[in-house]
Design a protein around this ligand. Structure first.
Ligand code: ACO
Length: 333
């Protein structure tokens, strides 16, 4: 029997400020109808100025620790995923560590954007299986709403994003009960970085910050929406198929598909491609918007807490995002 990583606690935290599509209508050239039709989003959460992704990650981590019913001093490693760290450097792993009062343990930062949680989970899984660490905190948190272009140039992205954080705690499971992470598969293709990126600031420029880049709006995230839509709709099903084959199971064996909440139309395309009934697809983008690395663990925590995911269920996670990066994970609860 082989050692598996098991999730023993989950938690999430979103800032209280809810921004509806109607609120966005007041500040930019968009409509509730356009946003709902193209993305399925109705509302999302925005942080107040001064709140960073380390703060959201810390709150989520506290909730996961409480849920796991452990003493936080048992955590022996932290992995943090974000594309929106509080500072250019260092990353938020050490900041979450310091806020938790866990000085000394290792803290690794993962930079894989929307696929960040699956990459972080995969790394944690390997450390647990290698018996390097016994309790790993995986945290994913994003503050994206402080740097969005609300003009017509950036309105495609500005309506999608929300802020939030989530965390899970992993430990080894040596029981013969089948529970735990059954597989993770990670992929990338760096030929398409400019399809979804924030080009500047770049240390390649000297000086790094230039007025003309501000004027050219290069400090905002940019997306080639159609390319992202097409690739996300193809790559997530492919990653899921790889996972199913690896575990020698079929899509009928899957109780819940939890895709990265990029855009509800993408999630529905993924479901159609995989021929999985839409009732089995976990979707909360209507209330959360796209929270990048945090989207999967937020939805996972909600589905565990509201009883949708039950003991014995097989859950498949899949994500696609900037890089391009994409991947999948299969978890038996
Ligand atoms: N409100 C109103 N109109 C808008 C908005 C907005 N927020 N954004 C763009 N438009 C306009 C465009 O300017 C364009 O106007 P025009 O016809 O006068 O030129 C019109 O809507 C249609 O624009 P298109 O880009 O042709 O629309 P498309 O059908 O491709 O839809 C969209 C755009 C929704 C972005 C689509 O490409 C998409 O869903 N892409 C996937 C992107 C995504 O979900 N990314 C998630 C983040 S990345 C990730 O998490 C993986």
């Amino acid at each position: 029997m082989s050692l598996k990583s098991i999730i023993i606690g989950t938690g999430h935290f979103v800032p209280p400020n809810v921004v509806t599509n109607l609120d966005l209508e007041k500040k930019m050239n968009t409509t509730d109808e356009w946003i709902r039709q193209r993305s399925g989003i109705v509302e999302r959460h925005y942080v107040e100025p001064g709140v960073g992704s380390s703060d959201l990650g810390y709150e989520a981590a506290q909730r996961a620790i409480d849920d796991a019913n452990i003493d936080k001093s048992e955590i022996d490693f932290i992995i943090a995923a974000t594309l929106s760290p509080d500072h250019y450097f260092p990353g938020i792993g050490v900041m979450v560590q310091a806020k938790l009062g866990l000085s000394g343990i290792g803290a690794l930062d993962v930079r894989n954007q929307c696929t960040g949680f699956i990459y972080a989970l995969s790394v944690a899984d390997q450390y647990i299986k290698a018996q390097t660490y016994k309790k790993i905190l995986v945290v994913a948190a994003e503050v994206q709403t402080s740097n969005l272009d609300y003009s017509d140039d950036g309105r495609d992205l500005a309506v999608l994003f929300g802020d939030g954080g989530a965390a899970v705690i992993l430990e080894p499971n040596d029981k013969d009960d089948g529970k735990g992470i059954l597989s993770t598969h990670l992929f990338s293709d760096g030929n398409y970085i400019s399809d979804l990126w924030m080009e500047k600031p770049s240390p390649k420029d000297n000086p790094t910050f230039k007025k003309e880049y501000f004027d050219e709006k290069k400090y905002y995230p940019r997306m080639s929406g159609r390319n992202v839509f097409k690739n996300a709709s193809e790559k997530m099903p492919a990653a899921v198929r790889t996972a199913l084959e690896h575990n020698n199971i079929t899509i009928e064996d899957v109780d819940h598909l939890l895709p990265h909440q990029a855009n509800d139309r993408i999630s529905l395309m993924v479901a159609r491609n995989l021929r999985i009934p839409v009732e089995k697809v976990i979707r909360n983008i209507d209330r959360m918007g796209n929270t990048t690395a945090a989207s999967i663990p937020i939805a996972l925590d909600e589905a565990l807490k509201n009883g949708r995911i039950k003991e014995g269920d097989t859950v498949v996670l899949t994500a696609f995002g900037s890089g391009y990066t994409w991947g999948s994970a299969v978890i038996q609860f």
